[in-house]
Design a protein around this ligand. Structure first.
Ligand code: HEC
Ligand code: HEC
Ligand code: HEC
Ligand code: HEC
Length: 339
C-alpha cells in the first residue's frame, strides 16, 4: 500500500515537472517534409481560444444621404464628412467596442456632446485616426482584414494586453550589479529567465533584432556589430513574445536549421517583420504623444503610457479574431483623415 502511494506520488511529481499535456495533441505541417516545420496544437486550448476570439456582429449599414456631421455638429474634427446617420452608427459602434458599460458618458459630457473636457474623448479621436492609419498604410501587415477598435479593446476601456516600461531593478552600489531585467520569469517571456522587456528596445526604439552581424569586429554606429550573448537574450525575449502572442511555435515563421535565412522562412515571417515596424509606428506616432492627456492613474511605474505589442491585437490567435474581416463593415475607418 505504502509502495503504491509512493509510486503515485512519484508519477504526479514527474508529470508536473515535465509539464506533460494530456493527449490528444494535433500536429499541422507548415513547411517542407523533414524540416520539422510543424505547429503543435492542443484542441482543448484551441476551443477555449476560439470562443474568446469572436467578432461582434456589425450594425446595419447607414445611409450616406442627408446633411454631413460637420454641418450639424459643432466639434467634429475627423469624421465630419460622414452623414449624420453614418456618424451616429459610428458612435454606437465605438460605444459597443470600447465602453459598453459606461455608454456615451464614458467619453462625453452628456450636457454638451461637443465639449472635449473628458480625456477619453480626446484620446478616442486620436484612436480613430490611428485605426485609419493601420487600415490605410499598414496593409503589408493587416491586409484586407484590417482592424477596428474591437481588435484591441474587445469591449474593455483599456485593452487587456498592453505594456509599460518596467521599473528599474538596478541594485545600486551592490555586487549584484545590473540584472538587465533577467531571471524574473514573467508570462511575456514564457516563464524563462530572459529579459522581461523586449518591448522598449524593439517595439518603441528600433534596436537591431538580427544577431548575425556583417562585420567581424565591433565597429561603431548603425553598422556596429551588436552581437553578444546579452543581445541574443533580448532577441529571444522578443521571439518568445511573438510566438506566445500568436499561439504558435518558432517554426510558424522560421526553419530552425537557419533562423536568419529569409529564403528558408515562411512568408508569415515577412508579415511579422512589417508588424514590428507597425507596432513602433503606433507607439511613437499615436500613443506616446498622448501621454500627457492621460491621468496619472493610467500611467506605468515610470510615468509612461500603456503601449501596443503583438498581443494587444492577436491575443493568442495567429490572426486577430482568427481573421474575421470586421473592418470591411466600417468604411469610415479605412482611410486616414488628417484634421
Ligand atoms: C470612446 C469614446 C466615445 C464614445 C463612447 C462616444 N463618443 Fe461621441 N464622440 C467621440 C469623439 C472622439 C467625437 C468627435 C469625433 C470627431 O472629432 O470627428 C464624438 C462626437 C460626438 C458627437 C458630435 C458632437 C458635436 O456637436 O461636436 C455626437 C452627437 C456624439 N459624439 C454622440 C455620441 C453618442 C450618442 C454616444 C453614445 C451612443 C457617443 N457619442 C459615444 C467619442 C465617443
Ligand atoms: C492597436 C490597438 C488599439 C486600437 C485599434 C484602438 N485602441 Fe484605444 N487604446 C489602445 C491602447 C494601448 C490604449 C491605452 C490604454 C490606457 O488607457 O492606458 C488605448 C486607450 C483608449 C482610450 C482611453 C481609455 C481609458 O480609460 O484610459 C479610449 C477612449 C480609446 N482607446 C478608444 C479607442 C477607439 C474609439 C478606437 C477605435 C476608433 C480605439 N481605441 C482603437 C489601443 C488601441
Ligand atoms: C511570427 C513570426 C516569428 C516567430 C513565431 C518567431 N520569429 Fe524569430 N524572427 C522573425 C522576424 C520577422 C525576424 C527578423 C526581425 C527583424 O529583422 O526585424 C526574426 C529574427 C530571429 C532571429 C535573428 C536572426 C538573425 O538574422 O540574426 C532569431 C535567432 C530568431 N528570430 C529566433 C526565433 C525563435 C527561437 C523563435 C521561437 C521562440 C522565433 N524566432 C519565433 C519572426 C518570427
Ligand atoms: C494593430 C493590430 C495588430 C498588431 C499590433 C499586430 N498584428 Fe499581426 N496581424 C493583424 C491582422 C489584422 C492580421 C491579419 C492579416 C491577414 O488577414 O492577412 C495579422 C496577421 C499577422 C500574421 C500573419 C498570419 C498568417 O498566418 O498569415 C503574422 C505572422 C503576424 N500578424 C505577426 C504579428 C507580430 C509578430 C506582431 C507584433 C510585432 C503583430 N503581428 C502585431 C493585426 C495586428
Amino acid at each position: 500500500m505504502r509502495l503504491i502511494f509512493k509510486f503515485l506520488l512519484l508519477l504526479i511529481t514527474v508529470s508536473s515537472i515535465t509539464g506533460c499535456e494530456r493527449p490528444p495533441i494535433e500536429t499541422v505541417q507548415t513547411g517542407f517534409r523533414g524540416t520539422g516545420m510543424e505547429q503543435i496544437y492542443n484542441p482543448r486550448t484551441l476551443i477555449k481560444q476560439a470562443s474568446l476570439n469572436q467578432a461582434p456582429v456589425a450594425l446595419d449599414a447607414a445611409s450616406e444621404e442627408g446633411p454631413k456631421a460637420k454641418q450639424v455638429y459643432q466639434n467634429v474634427q475627423v469624421l465630419g464628412d460622414l452623414s449624420v446617420s453614418q456618424f451616429t452608427r459610428h458612435m454606437l459602434s465605438i460605444t459597443q467596442w470600447v465602453a459598453p458599460e459606461a455608454g456615451c458618458a464614458y467619453c462625453h459630457n452628456l450636457e454638451n456632446l461637443a465639449d472635449d473636457s473628458k480625456y477619453t474623448k480626446v484620446v478616442a479621436r486620436r484612436m480613430i485616426q490611428m485605426t485609419q492609419r493601420v487600415n490605410q498604410d499598414w496593409k503589408s501587415h493587416v491586409a484586407e482584414t484590417g482592424v477596428t477598435c474591437y481588435t484591441c479593446h474587445r469591449g474593455n476601456n483599456i485593452p487587456a494586453n498592453v505594456w509599460f516600461e518596467p521599473k528599474d531593478r538596478k541594485y545600486a552600489n551592490s555586487v549584484m550589479g545590473n540584472p538587465a531585467d533577467q531571471n524574473i520569469a514573467t508570462q511575456t517571456v514564457g516563464l524563462t529567465s530572459l529579459p522581461i522587456d523586449p518591448y522598449t528596445p524593439f517595439l518603441k526604439d528600433d534596436a537591431s533584432i538580427r544577431l548575425n552581424g556583417n562585420q567581424a569586429m565591433a565597429g561603431v554606429g548603425a553598422n556596429a556589430n551588436r552581437v553578444s550573448l546579452k543581445q541574443a537574450d533580448y532577441t529571444y525575449s522578443l521571439m518568445v513574445h511573438m510566438s506566445e502572442s500568436l499561439g504558435v511555435n518558432c517554426t510558424y515563421c522560421h526553419n530552425t536549421r537557419n533562423f536568419q535565412s529569409w529564403e528558408e522562412s515562411r512568408p508569415q515571417r515577412v508579415t511579422a517583420w512589417h508588424g514590428i515596424r507597425m507596432a513602433r509606428d503606433l507607439n511613437n506616432d499615436y500613443i506616446i504623444p498622448l501621454t500627457e492627456k492621460f491621468p496619472a492613474s493610467r500611467l506605468g511605474p515610470k510615468g509612461d503610457v500603456a503601449k501596443v505589442n503583438c498581443t494587444t491585437c492577436h491575443q493568442g490567435a495567429y490572426k486577430p479574431l482568427y481573421g474575421a474581416p470586421m473592418a470591411k463593415d466600417h468604411p469610415e475607418l479605412q482611410a486616414l483623415v488628417k484634421p
